[in-house]
Design a protein around this ligand. Structure first.
Ligand code: MTE
Ligand code: MO
Length: 262
């Protein structure tokens, strides 16, 4: 979306809010007693409620929380999907050493690019949440995730005003010969969302390799393929046209939607 589109969006949103206010105002002025005796009044109320719901979505939509569950809801096992172990010699060497030498590279459109060791990531403000993971292939699992809030990491590197997306570059090659590593991207709304984490623990244990060790993204309002595993590098960009085939993710390049909201 261009800035102009965004401004137009804001303007029509304001117009919509003004119209809704006028409608609710009219109901108030007319008085409830007489109105409630008419046959059409309940229907108006009903549609006002639907309008309110739409207004609420417009105002809070991208900040709304994904449902969280309790310990009793945890799936007995959290299955692995896609890559279960990256076919990458550099990654294998890190894994052999228990990821002691791992560092997450954060750069692109940021004021202070830097690398974060696992200890530094664990020291960032964190969050623990029990959520349901939904894969387009038709399975779900509930797991307990702990990780650094992506918002905290971003505050540390200070994205420039031009930054519009966060890109996650992964360790697993998706083609023979080490080509086309898995990657994903999200916009700034999801990047600053309270439940968006760089997770380092699953069900109170260090993240297993099968689930993306040492760091994987949790972006709870979206489908499974957005949750990049084996994240090695985070890049802030204005556009992802120059990355992969330009659609913002490995599966997006194969035709999946970029915004996979649930
Ligand atoms: N790097 C990487 N990330 C990935 C994938 C992958 O193959 N490689 N698969 C995606 C898909 S389709 C799903 S459903 C989830 C699976 O996460 P899990 O292995 O923890 O179940 O990871 C996503 N992230
Ligand atoms: Mo998936």
């Amino acid at each position: 979306m261009s800035d102009r589109d965004e401004r137009n969006g804001m303007r029509s949103r304001r117009r919509f809010l003004a119209r809704t206010g006028a409608l609710l105002g009219a109901i108030g002025v007319a008085g409830c007693d007489r109105l409630s005796q008419t046959e059409w009044f309940p229907r108006i109320l009903d549609s006002a409620e639907r309008l309110n719901e739409r207004v609420a979505k417009l105002v809070t939509g991208r900040k709304a929380m994904a449902q969280e569950y309790g310990p009793a809801d945890l799936s007995p096992t959290f299955r692995s999907n896609g890559t279960a172990e990256p076919d990458n010699a550099e990654y294998a060497a890190l894994a052999r050493n228990g990821f002691a030498d791992y560092a997450l590279d954060v750069g692109g459109l940021v004021t202070s690019p830097r690398r974060f060791t696992l200890a530094e990531l664990r020291a960032l403000p964190s969050r623990t949440q029990i959520t349901r993971h939904d894969c387009v292939e038709g399975w779900s699992a509930i797991g307990k995730w702990q990780g650094a809030r992506l918002s905290a990491l971003l505050r540390a590197v200070q994205p420039t005003p031009a930054a519009r997306y966060v890109v996650f570059h992964c360790a697993d090659p998706m083609e023979e010969g080490g080509e086309s590593p898995y990657y994903e991207s999200i916009d700034m709304d999801d990047a600053y969302h309270e439940q968006t984490l760089l997770a380092y623990a699953l069900n109170d244990r260090p993240l297993p390799i099968a689930n993306g060790a040492p760091i994987r993204l949790r972006v709870e309002r979206q489908l499974g393929y957005k949750h990049a595993k084996y994240v090695m590098r985070v890049e802030l960009v204005e556009s992802f046209a120059h990355i992969g085939q330009g659609r913002g993710g490995y599966w997006e390049d194969q035709g999946y939607q970029w915004y996979a909201g649930i």
